[in-house]
Design a protein around this ligand. Sequence first.
Ligand code: HEC
Ligand code: HEC
Length: 446
Amino acid sequence: MKFKSPLIGLSTLLFGVVHTGQADELPSPVVDTDYHYNGAPSEELVELGRLLFFDKIMSGNKNISCATCHSPLTFSGDGLSLGVGEGGSGLGRYRNTGEGDDAVEGRIGRHAPHLYNLGAKEFTHMNWNGIHFEANGQVNTAANRDTPPDLDNVLAGQALFPILNQNEMLGDPIENEIVARLILSRNNSFPPLWNAYMERLRVNPDYVSLFDAAFSDVNSPADIQIQHYANAVAAFQTVAFRSDNSPFDAYLRGNSEALTAQQLRGMDLFYGAANCSSCHSGKFQTDHQFYGIAIPQVGPGGEGRTPHQDRGRAEATRNDEDWGKFRTPSLRNVALTAPYGHTGAYATLRGIVMHHLDPLTALENYDPSQLVKPSRDDLDADDLIGYDDLSLRQIVIDANDLQPVSLSEAEVNDLLAFLESLTDFNVMEQLEWIPQSVPSGLPVKD
Ligand code: HEC
Ligand code: HEC
């Protein structure tokens, strides 16, 4: 029998009567069992994952870690519209595109998303295009038959790829012994590269004992495999970026005082007249579906095959109808995670919300001066076209699924107040996950 939480009924009973504007049901409160490992993987696994997440040894040129683009300092994103991958230096807005031969070759085409609550089981699709996914308990990744066995979940499947992306973490051909395997392997097969990373870890005594402590099937350095790395990084993200103690959570758990009167009005709009919950539904304000909402397409675009365009969901499904559709993002901590949208086109929460109210007009009037750029930006002015090229813009318009909504200024302010009630201030404690040092001895804090 399917378990149905009695709280769904209860919350409607308690609050639905008072707030008559609210059409959709409120979600039930988040609980431990919503997460992989019931929210509590072993401490050894989390500790190993933490060190791997912050250690630049897991990049071809040992110059970038996952945390460079997903730092707790910048709320698990990088604070930039479009990030700067390997070859750059510095963090957040102080990051630049690097020096001389080592400087970045190509910029990342999509905004680095925050990682909040991705360890919840309902997140079965990863990335803006949902290309890594889980169905029937099986993890499907872009690696197809190369996908390693025994991946714990789709978050582990996702962790296999940043380290193989030349612009993100791998580096350019001939720059290091890992990317060199790409040339040698000829058929673009992934396992030789994964194995080259593991060879680095197998000769590090600190990592050998950490893997040994975390996994019962690791008894010698040779036993350390890529799936162990991926499962550890997934366990770390599940614990470190869990975030379900906002005022909204307190309200759902029964504290009727947790939200201000303005936030309650905004909640009624969100789950009612403003129609936000038709896509931003469920415990984490996402239906995990894909839509076009006419976000300005700035930067080089997705995957580089079609400059200044992003096929979005069509990249994963190869179905033309999915062109320009992107995954509905979770809105947890959304007041902290600017800039917004799959290109980071909007610098403010008000800006992205106003865009939603009249998407095509907003696209036409888009002001690119709000893009959040790194401290030194070598992007050619040409690299920013897309939003203003009329034929390219038409593709974004054609993909739009979002209907305009008419709200008064006061109602917009109420909606923004509600979005702020999704902020869990415990995220400040996540700074404590940043290690003082990592087993490779490489620098952590730049
Ligand atoms: C150069 C910056 C950069 C680095 C380094 C990086 N990421 Fe990301 N990350 C991104 C971008 C950009 C995306 C969105 C990619 C897309 O949608 O195609 C992303 C997406 C993700 C997602 C999916 C989020 C979602 O909501 O679907 C996860 C999880 C993630 N990264 C974890 C990691 C891990 C783990 C590492 C280290 C192994 C890492 N990232 C390294 C920039 C980066
Ligand atoms: C048709 C589905 C749909 C509806 C309705 C909708 N959204 Fe969205 N929303 C999305 C999608 C899809 C994205 C990401 C699109 C992209 O980046 O290309 C998004 C992005 C956002 C973002 C940016 C989040 C981030 O991390 O970048 C915010 C904030 C947001 N929506 C709030 C709202 C609010 C408030 C409403 C109601 C007024 C609303 N949305 C209605 C689908 C929808």
